[in-house]
Design a protein around this ligand. Structure first.
Ligand code: NI
Length: 171
């Protein structure tokens, strides 16, 4: 398992629509292992494969927030099949937009269809932080960031700030 470098805003790879996973090969398992390693190291509660530069529809999540009681979850090709009318607002962050947070409103509960690491089709109903997190990560698979849910003013401001920082680092 390897900690991989994170893809950071304004890297255009974050806008890619990721490809279906296909058969669960040793390569896919390796990517998943690296994603957990990278996510726990950051630390973060969720990661999409594109955030380590892999454009495949893979999501890792652990909302347990307790190092001694980890709850690693893997979602291959996840898809929201139902979402509640009720909404929930959460102050979201993203490992690709470090140290920036913004309130995003999303459905409070969702039902998600996905495949597990055995390639088996599964479905879960999630609420609270897990629901927020799954929706945030599925957005990544479609090239969408949480800042895309904010006002244009806020989004432009943060993109500009990260573009400037990237230029500075490259200089
Ligand atoms: Ni994110």
């Amino acid at each position: 398992m390897t900690i991989r470098p994170l893809v950071i805003l304004p890297d255009t790879r974050l806008k890619l629509v990721s490809e279906p996973v296909g058969p669960v090969t040793a390569e896919i398992r390796g990517i998943v292992a690296d994603m957990f390693e990278t996510m726990y190291d950051a630390p973060g509660v969720g990661l999409a494969a594109i955030q380590i530069g892999v454009a495949k529809r893979i999501v890792t999540i652990d909302t347990s927030k307790d190092e001694n009681a980890r709850e690693p979850r893997v979602f291959l090709d996840p898809e929201v099949v139902w979402s509640s009318e009720e909404k929930r607002v959460y102050d979201e962050g993203c490992l690709s937009i470090p140290e920036y947070y913004g309130e995003v409103e999303r459905p409070d509960r969702v039902r998600v269809k996905f495949r597990d690491l055995d390639g088996k089709e599964r479905e879960i109903e999630a609420d609270g932080l897990l629901a927020t997190c799954i929706q945030h990560e599925i957005d990544h698979l479609n090239g969408v960031l949480f800042i895309d849910h904010l006002s244009k003013l806020k989004r432009d401001r943060v993109v500009k700030k990260f573009a400037k920082a990237a230029k500075r680092d490259a200089a």
